[in-house]
Design a binder for this molecule. Structure first.
Ligand SMILES: [Zn+2]
Length: 445
């Protein structure tokens, strides 16, 4: 085989299209270069017969960036932006990040499965090649060729954010036959693609998961601390009402809710980890919520985060709060957990004293039993008086005072501890108060 001179071959070097993967770009280079054998391209660019064919974590990136005169970026940039490594990186410790990047660069011996927490995680990850049909059509219009996109290859991605369509994938048996070949989406035959049929609700959950994965990959977070993540999950659990007042987690309720939420996604590759939530130890939930050392697969974290927090912004805010709380408590997760568990006491004081809620309305708001709230209110010497559930003179006076403020019936009900239906009935038969209330509502609008 004749050695291929670098400068001449470089003239065929294409630039990246959009969020194209490194493997996809090398596929295009291979076709442009006119190399007869697939391995010639891998040898030329990666100085190795197989390093370039890995569609998930290509190796020898240092050789690649050198061979391409760093025209496409240096090795760390390539690994973070053009491979699935960017998806894993935020969930890996800083030391491990250096270790893994060195493996991808070809400086250290490869042991990615263990380093990334893939092997011990029991998440089976064949890293299937995935693509969106509509994106393929659009790419052909725009670039003349369909490409593989980084964000579609993330293990959490099964839906195209741009088109809302379910991603189609190349099954492993097809992928194996094409191993050590440069294959672009348009080279896969129509009958070789597979796709899952998913209900609307499943698509919605996957869209949330994608939004979260994307926000995390793009965020400036170098990496998440595993301690702060655990505290952040405790904050989420507490807000969703799955924490008992003593700070312990209502684990079986949490397990059931998690399983119910995700079970329709369990058929997707790698997502079968959610089934463990049915078991008493909670499977991945038990692992993430309790203190076990080791790196966890990002998909586990993402599934829990998307379940506990309504938006990426809410997660980031809770993580920042968790990080701060951990710093205040000598990095002791147990101590912070207790504090989070006891947070309802401060909330009760605030609702009763400042917001003037009845103790029963506050208990309802905080999702704690009334008897417990009353006990605490006595203990804290909160000034509260028993409020009527039905309307008496005191209740009607209170409504008359609040009506001109234009508050909604449910707000008044919460504040006064009187049923909303009683307030509605009172208003119906007291038109003068009702007129004042209506007027105030209009002014507010
Ligand atoms: Zn698409």
């Amino acid at each position: 085989m004749n050695p291929i001179s670098l400068p001449a071959s470089l003239s065929y070097l294409p630039a990246f299209y959009g969020s194209e993967t490194l493997y996809s770009l090398v596929c295009r280079f291979h076709f442009l270069s006119g190399h007869l054998y697939s391995t010639d391209t891998s040898l030329l660019l990666f100085a190795d017969r197989v390093a370039g064919f890995r569609t998930d974590f290509p190796g020898n990136l240092q050789r690649f960036s050198k061979a391409t005169g760093e025209l496409l970026g240096d090795a760390p940039k390539l690994s973070r932006e053009r491979t699935v490594w960017g998806f894993y990186r935020p969930f890996v410790s800083e030391t491990m990040q250096v270790h893994i990047e060195a493996q991808m660069q070809g400086v250290l011996k490869r042991d990615l499965g263990h380093s990334l927490g893939i092997m011990p995680s029991r998440v089976s990850f064949p890293h299937l090649l995935k693509a969106c049909k509509k994106c393929m059509r659009r790419d052909i219009q725009n670039y003349g060729v369909a490409i593989w996109r980084v964000e579609h290859q993330w293990p959490s991605s099964w839906i195209c954010e741009r088109h809302g369509s379910v991603l189609q994938y190349v099954p492993l048996r097809v992928k194996r036959v094409r191993a050590q070949k440069w294959v672009l989406p348009e080279d896969v035959q129509k009958d070789e693609w597979s796709a899952f049929r998913l209900a609307q609700s499943a698509k919605h959950k996957l869209r949330m998961l994608f939004k979260l994965s994307s926000a995390i990959c793009k965020s400036s977070h170098g990496h998440f601390s595993s301690g702060a993540l655990r505290v952040c999950y405790l904050i989420g659990v507490q807000r969703r009402g799955w924490m008992a007042p003593d700070g312990s987690i209502r684990f079986s309720t949490l397990r059931k809710a998690f399983y119910e939420y995700y079970r329709e996604l369990a058929k997707l590759p790698g997502f079968d980890i959610v089934l463990g939530a049915q078991l008493e130890h909670g499977g991945m939930l038990g692992v993430l919520m309790r203190q076990y050392p080791g790196t966890r697969h990002p998909l586990k974290h993402l599934l829990l985060i998307a379940f506990l927090f309504e938006s990426p912004e809410l997660f980031f805010a809770s993580y920042a709060e968790a990080f701060w709380q951990l710093q205040q408590n000598d990095c002791d997760v147990r101590l912070v957990g207790k504090e989070i568990g006891g947070a309802w006491k401060d909330a009760l004081r605030y609702l009763v004293e400042s917001e003037k809620l009845s103790v029963s309305a506050a208990a309802k708001n905080l999702r704690i039993p009334l008897s417990q709230a009353v006990r605490q209110a006595h203990k804290d010497k909160l000034s509260f008086a028993a409020r009527p559930r039905v309307l008496n003179t005191e209740g009607t006076r209170a409504i008359q005072e609040l009506a001109p403020k234009g508050m909604s019936y449910s707000e008044m009900s919460l504040r006064l501890g009187i049923k909303a239906s009683s307030i509605r009935r009172y208003m119906a038969s007291n038109t003068d108060v009702r007129e004042l209330w209506k007027l105030a509502g209009k002014l507010e609008r």
